[in-house]
Design a binder for this molecule. Structure first.
Ligand code: UD1
Ligand code: UDP
Length: 360
């Protein structure tokens, strides 16, 4: 049995790292293929360096372009890379185009496919990620659901129970494995001169960023949160967002919101931990804040992580300034203590154990 781990973006590198560690610890035969979906140093290589991961066997250089272009390039490149590497099974994690391409290419080749973080549903088909989740889950052989909520989503879609294993989310493993190192990481430049508390923000979701009206509304909301609370907002901006702000000519007041380049994982974990609250449309950030005990305000109309809302760690604010400010005030006034719904930090081990049991 030879496993190919297919990954390509920032969150996949971070959340697959515990699975890669578990594959190494169990002396499994595996290799990593990178689709190249993310390629900028601060969305890609920095995580391999910080997490001590070996360079991928192949990088397909299939990043950017339209959804069709990107996915098509990946499918062609992956087929060849999987043959060349002698893969008999493929593991993918999450909901990006890389995940869709990895699962589709491998399943058409008759390889075993395991989907890590299966069963999440926003029920919002405007999101490319939702389409990727649904297709990936239904072509995969083994579905590693992080929670019972995710498992139940799969069962409700007619997936056989035997294909699903509840494992917890590897985000907890990654946080536990790195939080101490993160504490020792240097203070980010964007915090220079900030004496008191701060709020952290990230925005990159296609439906939030690629529409001038929505992006302007969200930025106005984030500025208002700063004005109302007196906390400066630190905003490490994804390149998609930077480009959109430039294209639309919208940028926040620098006295309220400090736009910065994306930061490494260790620095980001430290920011998340120290922030008074986090405003985000990121999936991984909703989970990490829930694990770290920092209140989260989700800048979207829905979430595929309802567990975070149920435990009181997160609120779905929508994308209007009023909604964002109200939600932020509510979360800032609330308690910072809740149950972690994402498992005990041993998801990577459980996934690899189950994967080997089923495919070997
Ligand atoms: C992708 C995922 C999204 C995930 C996010 C994680 C899909 C459909 N989207 O969104 O689910 O939350 O990654 O961050 O798979 N760019 C760079 N450098 C890079 C990568 C991208 O400058 O290394 C710029 C390019 O202009 C590119 C744009 O960002 O066109 C969007 O990149 P893309 O990978 O298509 O989508 P993300 O927004 O990163
Ligand atoms: N992250 C990071 N630096 C940043 C912003 C985010 O290291 O400047 C990490 C964060 O800790 C989390 C992951 O990136 O683990 C989330 O990725 P992203 O928001 O890009 O994608 P999503 O989770 O929404 O798919």
């Amino acid at each position: 049995m030879r496993t190919a781990v297919v990954l390509g973006t920032r969150p996949e590198i971070i959340k697959m790292s515990p699975v890669i560690r578990a594959l190494e610890a169990s002396k499994s035969d595996f290799f990593v293929v990178h689709t190249g979906q993310h390629y900028s140093y601060d969305l890609d290589r920095v995580f391999f360096e910080e997490l001590g991961l070996k360079a991928p066997l192949r990088n397909l250089g299939a990043g950017s372009g339209s959804h069709a272009e990107e996915t098509a390039k990946m499918l062609v490149g992956l087929e060849a890379a999987l043959v060349e590497g002698g893969a008999s099974g493929v593991l993918v994690e999450g909901d990006t185009n890389t995940v869709l391409a990895g699962a589709l290419a491998a399943s058409k080749m008759g390889l075993q496919v395991g989907h890590v973080e299966a069963g999440l549903r926003s029920r919002d088909r405007r999101m490319p990620e939702e389409l990727n989740r649904v297709v990936t889950d239904h072509v995969s052989d083994i579905l590693f659901a992080p929670t019972t909520v995710a498992r139940d989503n799969l069962l409700a879609e007619g997936v056989e129970r035997a294909r699903v294993k509840v494992t917890g989310n590897t985000v907890v493993d990654a946080v536990k494995q790195n939080v101490e190192l993160a504490e020792r990481s240097p203070r980010v430049k964007a915090l220079d001169g900030v004496g008191g508390g701060f709020i952290l923000a990230t925005i990159h979701r296609q439906e939030n960023v690629d529409d001038k009206k929505v992006l302007s509304r969200i930025i106005a909301g984030v500025e208002m949160v700063s004005k109302k609370t007196g906390f400066v907002v630190i905003f490490p901006a994804h390149p998609r967002t930077r480009k959109a702000m430039l294209r639309f000519g919208v940028s926040p007041d620098p006295l309220l919101v400090r736009v910065a380049d994306p930061v490494g994982y260790l620095a980001f974990l430290k920011l998340e931990r120290e922030a008074e609250a986090v405003l985000t449309d990121s999936g991984g950030v909703q989970e990490e804040t829930c694990v770290l005990g920092t209140p989260c305000v989700t800048l979207r109309d829905n979430t595929e992580r309802p567990e975070t809302v149920e435990v009181g760690a997160n609120v779905v604010a929508g994308t209007t300034p009023v909604g964002i400010v109200k939600s932020a005030e509510r979360m800032l006034a609330g308690k910072r203590k809740w149950r972690n719904p994402f498992g005990d930090g041993r998801a990577g081990e459980k996934i690899v154990r189950e994967w080997r049991r089923r495919v070997e």
